[in-house]
Design a protein around this ligand. Structure first.
Ligand code: HEC
Length: 186
């Protein structure tokens, strides 16, 4: 799109902003989602005092590729298959650490959407905690999961990590696009 066209769209959206109810709806939506992604998307960065895995496990790298099949299998394990309890009950369907059973757990379940906390934690550490649990916390051991299943669930939870700026800019672009679509219709 040419620069002049873009400026034109912004000018028009500026002129119509107060007079048009649909613009007001879009702006309110943006404010709600922006505040949500900045303020209420879980604790971020989250304090993390989890015990460190033994060195040989800590340094392990996920042997699986993030193919669609592996990520979808990880999602199924996360959302329903894991026994004794699927991950989402504590870590939340969105991965923000606010599942229905998170209330009252201290420390809180890890917030996988918080890139600043989770991106620096190596695969081997995640593997070790999922297999053995985190003693003295609500995080149970998942002894019945195969190694492959643990690696699949790790591929999935890595996909849940988003920086807040990335989330906020996703909503910003959504709202701008939505506004442009309306201008075309007007
Ligand atoms: C009953 C609640 C509960 C369930 C179910 C649960 N978790 Fe957790 N999880 C926690 C809590 C609480 C922590 C925080 C532990 C800590 O701070 O040491 C945690 C921490 C973690 C961590 C952080 C490890 C680290 O070193 O930072 C990972 C990874 C994790 N859980 C993965 C999972 C996966 C995958 C599942 C499902 C297979 C799952 N959890 C199911 C409560 C739960």
């Amino acid at each position: 799109m040419r620069w002049s066209m873009m400026m034109n769209i912004f000018e028009q959206s500026g002129r119509g902003l107060c007079s048009h109810w649909r613009a007001i709806v879009v702006v309110s939506l943006f404010v709600i989602f922006f505040s949500y992604s900045i303020l209420w998307a879980g604790d971020c960065p989250q304090p993390r005092n989890t015990k460190k895995a033994p060195p040989d496990i800590y340094e392990m790298v996920n042997p699986l590729e993030p193919t669609v099949e592996n990520v979808l299998e990880g999602k199924a394990i996360y959302e329903e298959k894991a026994k004794p309890l699927a991950c989402r009950f504590c870590h939340g369907t969105k991965g923000d650490g606010r599942g229905p059973m998170a209330f009252g757990l201290n420390p809180s379940p890890r917030n996988f959407t918080c890139a600043r906390t989770i991106n620096d934690v190596p695969d081997g550490q995640l593997f070790w905690i999922i297999r053995n649990g985190s003693s003295g916390t609500g995080m149970p051991a998942f002894l019945k999961l195969e190694d492959e299943e643990i690696w699949q669930v790790i591929l999935y939870l890595r996909k849940l990590a988003r920086s807040r700026i990335a989330m906020a800019s996703r909503w910003l672009s959504f709202c701008i696009l939505e506004r442009c679509r309306q201008l075309k219709m007007d």
